[in-house]
Design a protein around this ligand. Structure first.
Ligand SMILES: [Zn+2]
Length: 89
């Protein structure tokens, strides 16, 4: 089992002591960096590409498809919307 503190435990630590110790702060920054890199990888994978046949009878309205989800999947896809805070799925 990891001895890593959860975010809630770190929050409790800050509330109790007013600060994190340097090891906790370093760990928090490392975890933040990893989370930011994970989000960037998802955003890169699910980037917009021009939709085929946009503006024609075959595709009158969908300007972009999601590169990660594939042709015909509108961008922003549910992955990008979730990253942007949309909880509707
Ligand atoms: Zn996608």
């Amino acid at each position: 089992m990891s001895d890593e503190l959860s975010i809630d435990e770190m929050r409790a630590e800050v509330n109790e002591h007013g600060v994190l110790d340097i090891d906790q702060a370093e760990e928090l920054l490392s975890r933040l960096e990893q989370a930011e890199q994970a989000v960037a990888r998802v955003r890169e994978k699910h980037s917009p590409v021009p939709a085929r046949y946009y503006g024609t009878d075959l595709n009158p309205h969908r300007k972009f498809d999601c590169d990660g989800c594939g042709e015909g999947s509108p961008w922003p896809c549910s992955n990008i919307r979730a990253l942007d805070g949309d909880t509707r799925g």
